[in-house]
Design a protein around this ligand. Sequence first.
Ligand SMILES: *Cc1c(COP(=O)(O)O)cnc(C)c1O
Length: 229
Amino acid sequence: MSSFAEEYAALQSELDQVLQNCSRPAEEVKILAVSKTFPAEAIREAYNCGVRCFGENKVQELSEKAEMLPKDIQWHFIGHLQSNKVAKAVQYASWIHSVDSLKLLNKLDRIAGEMNKKPFILLEVNSGEESKSGVSYADLPELAKAAASAENLSFAGLMTMAPLTDDRREWLNAFAKLAAARGELEKMLSIKLPELSMGMSGDFAEAVVCGSTIIRIGSRLFGNRNYNL
Ligand SMILES: *Cc1c(COP(=O)(O)O)cnc(C)c1O
């Protein structure tokens, strides 16, 4: 097994190569290290390599790790957010990638206001029939309109997961579709939506070609997870 440092360096140079090939500047894409299921020591090792942005998909796990680890870590919540866990998510995560309903959006806005916080949010869009999470493209404009006017949330962009298939063309279609939707929403709402959170260990190259600005990388950096989440 190679160390986190080696994996991180290898990932960065692959990412640089992809960026060069599609003539995008290197600063445009951030690597979010998805540390779900891995212990705090694994995060500490990554932290010691200079990584400051970590992604978690369970609120309880996020809060336990955040309490144990340095306070300058920027936590991103990337999992399904249950309504009764919103306050705890807002307490620990400054980014929430998985807002996919008006009900969740409104609750986040209200609770963030009560807590005097203003988290960055991304709207998660559903790219495949097999997935339950994410707003449909049909309902996205209405949700985006509400997100843009939420007082206590910084609406920063869109997130998706590629459909579960080995067909690269379907990944590319899904990523290109999200990028196009971002452009349409920017026009419709006259706002800037700088972030596109798309691409994981197996498909980040395709996502970057389509304009991703945040790639969410778990197994490629930390190794295989013991259980599937
Ligand atoms: C687990 C997870 C990832 C990371 O997946 P890998 O294939 O391990 O890189 C990215 N995004 C979300 C939403 C996840 O739940």
